[in-house]
Design a protein around this ligand. Sequence first.
Ligand SMILES: Cc1cc2nc3c(=O)[nH]c(=O)nc-3n(C[C@H](O)[C@H](O)[C@H](O)COP(=O)(O)OP(=O)(O)OC[C@H]3O[C@@H](n4cnc5c(N)ncnc54)[C@H](O)[C@@H]3O)c2cc1C
Length: 359
Amino acid sequence: MRKKVLIVGGGIVGCMTAMELVKRGCNVTIVERNQIASQNSGESSWAGGGILLPLVPWMYSEQVNALTNNGADAYRQLCQQLLQETGIDAHFEQSGFLILPNFDGEAAQTWCANNQMPIQKVKAAAFGVYSSNGEDALWLPTVCQIRPPYLMQAMRKWLAQNNVTMLEHTELIPLQQTASLKEWATVNGEKLTADQFVVTSGAWSFELLKDTTAKLNIKPMRGQILLYKPQKNLEQIVYKEGFYMIPRRDGYLLAGSTLEDVGFDATVTEAVLDEISAKAVAIMPELKNQPIIKHWSGLRPGTPENLPTISAHPTIENLYLNTGHFRYGLTMAPASAELVANLMLGQMSTIDATPYKCV
Ligand SMILES: Cc1cc2nc3c(=O)[nH]c(=O)nc-3n(C[C@H](O)[C@H](O)[C@H](O)COP(=O)(O)OP(=O)(O)OC[C@H]3O[C@@H](n4cnc5c(N)ncnc54)[C@H](O)[C@@H]3O)c2cc1C
């Protein structure tokens, strides 16, 4: 009989986990308290920028890079598959990544050499951006992006086509400790059963599991983004000291983001609008008179060192966790889904699961 799996949370991590388990013959249900692939207050996946690189990878551990490198590598083929099978284009683009000063050029060169990522020293002016610090910049031409709302729509359609049950507008209540999980109750009192369960509920994962022995170190970290449509757009992603601008295929330009420790508050603020637009104008002065078309936020599942938990629950035998991907969950999702599926089905992984274990 096919193994029945219930996934809690329909963001990118839940959807990718579902896809991976379907490919391995499981009977999968996703429970999502809102609607998958729509913009809902707080959820991270719709709101993300979609850069397939941990901004400055040389500042992160090997464990973070193992997931981001493998995840980013999977996207070209994954987006082709989604386009062929669903007709929805996730806007995978190799747009390249231009880094403006200040940066640690030596660390960047060493990391790129060790990770087979091309890197060049360039002049920022050649890319049509303003840089005050002597114009020297770093150019990573192979960095790619996806468009999160389109990726999510494609995933949702693919999952529907592959017989995944999506229980939307259905919220699960926090779990109580047990040795083995038979059923999980919704806020309306319905009891959902499965052979195995996976928590992929992003910033809300700590709340769901706090009455069990898994004490996850996850908290919401708000990020805000502005959307422009300049007359002449950038042709590459531009990064400067924690701030980035991402040009889209259809002429839009994203500018962001922030890292705000404000709890489960997903409102957008005037102060951040002023802060982001000032940074954007400093790099692209022509944005000064351009209207801001949209301003949104998302609550990232924040974790120390950006390290997610991908693991069996420490004491509930048929419960698994795939959560806490913080700033890079879009990039990590394919590799993270593969790893949790291997753990659930007792299969070997190329990535060592030890650093992501829940204790
Ligand atoms: C502004 C911003 C920019 C970003 N840019 C990038 C980027 O460029 N590249 C990158 O790789 N990453 C980026 N990220 C990070 C990335 O978006 C996140 O790491 C990723 O989306 C996390 O996915 P998730 O599925 O774990 O969480 P979410 O997308 O938040 O999904 C969790 C889901 O669980 C559901 N849920 C919660 N509790 C329950 C419950 N009790 N019952 C049922 N459902 C429940 C929620 O409704 C939600 O849909 C960015 C994030 C933000 C906010």
